[in-house]
Design a protein around this ligand. Structure first.
Ligand SMILES: Nc1ncnc2c1ncn2[C@@H]1O[C@H](COP(=O)(O)OP(=O)(O)OP(=O)(O)O)[C@@H](O)[C@H]1O
Ligand SMILES: Cc1ncsc1CCO
Ligand SMILES: [Mg+2]
Length: 271
């Protein structure tokens, strides 16, 4: 990032996020609810899991940002997601879409088509999800990716241009683009995909940074991914498997500072 963007560096945005501790409205799946809420608390912000259609539109307007994850869908939840996205947009709050396994069934495809029409500010998914969202053929199996991130980079650019939003693809390295600027983020750990809902939790953290810098969704997304990259790398040092990694990861996120971000997350500017 250039000097003129220093105030949007991941380290600066992390400090700003903790200072502001924004309220993040999360609609996420049953699997992710607990770990995603704990992730936001460890990072220093304030999660609320609110999905009922009777209140989700109203709640989205009072939160700093909304995140919508379609992992465990039902008709009622889809209604709650649409209300929330509509409420967030009307209140000019950023919202993040996590299109979990959207290619797997007609129900999911329809839900994601309706949500895309409500113009997410940021889309965060794994490589298979992003390839399929751009209209390509992916090798995903359910919620798990079957494609390398590099193979999704062009799809991410196309999707960002068509949707006029920021797109983040995650995996062994991450890729973020707004359709023209693009970066890769290096770090993390091979143990991360061995714990369920790490991606869903990351989507929630992207929401926290988007609430902190609502006019800079590209930089906000990079900051969230850099935090995960650094915390993942730090946690791996003491972990002996997925269970101890999960604990060490939350501690690393809690203790993360600018210096650790600088050391453990690699940001490669592509364009
Ligand atoms: N092999 C890996 N090495 C390093 N980091 C990884 C690896 N795989 C995933 N990650 C990291 O794990 C986090 C979650 O990304 P991932 O792409 O696995 O999400 P996901 O497939 O949507 O997960 P889920 O749907 O289970 O929540 C990101 O921070 C990503 O960088
Ligand atoms: C395992 C699983 N199934 C539906 S959502 C989810 C969490 C990871 O995406
Ligand atoms: Mg996912």
């Amino acid at each position: 990032m250039t000097d003129t963007h220093q105030n949007l560096s991941p380290a600066r945005l992390l400090t700003d996020m903790r200072d502001a501790a924004p309220l993040v409205h999360c609609i996420t799946n049953y699997v992710a609810m607990n770990i995603a809420a704990n992730t936001l608390l460890a990072a220093g912000t304030s999660p609320a899991m609110v999905h009922a259609p009777e209140e989700s539109g109203e709640f989205a307007a009072i939160a700093g940002a909304l995140t919508v994850n379609i992992g465990t869908l039902s008709s009622e939840w889809v209604a709650g997601m649409k209300e929330a996205a509509t409420g967030a947009s009307a209140a000019q709050k950023p919202w993040v879409l996590d299109p979990v396994a959207h290619f797997a069934t007609g129900f999911r495809r329809d839900a994601v088509t309706a949500l895309l029409a409500l113009k997410p500010t940021i889309i965060r998914g794994n490589a298979s999800e992003i390839i399929a969202l751009a209209g390509g053929q992916s090798a995903g199996q359910g919620v798990d990716s079957g494609d390398p991130v590099e193979q999704a980079e062009e799809a991410a650019k196309t999707l960002a241009q068509n949707q006029k939003c920021v797109v983040a693809v995650t995996g062994s390295s991450d890729f973020v683009t707004d359709g023209s600027a693009a970066v890769r983020i290096h770090g993390g750990s091979a143990l991360m995909p061995k714990i369920t809902a790490m991606g869903c939790s990351l989507t929630a953290l992207v929401g926290a940074f988007a609430a902190t810098a609502p006019k800079a969704p590209f930089e906000a997304t990079i900051a969230a991914l850099a935090c995960f990259a650094a915390a993942g790398k730090m946690a791996e040092k003491t972990a002996s498997g997925p269970a101890s990694f999960a604990t060490a990861f939350l501690d690393a996120l809690y203790n993360l500072d600018g210096a650790a971000l600088e050391t453990h997350a690699g940001i490669e500017v592509l364009s």
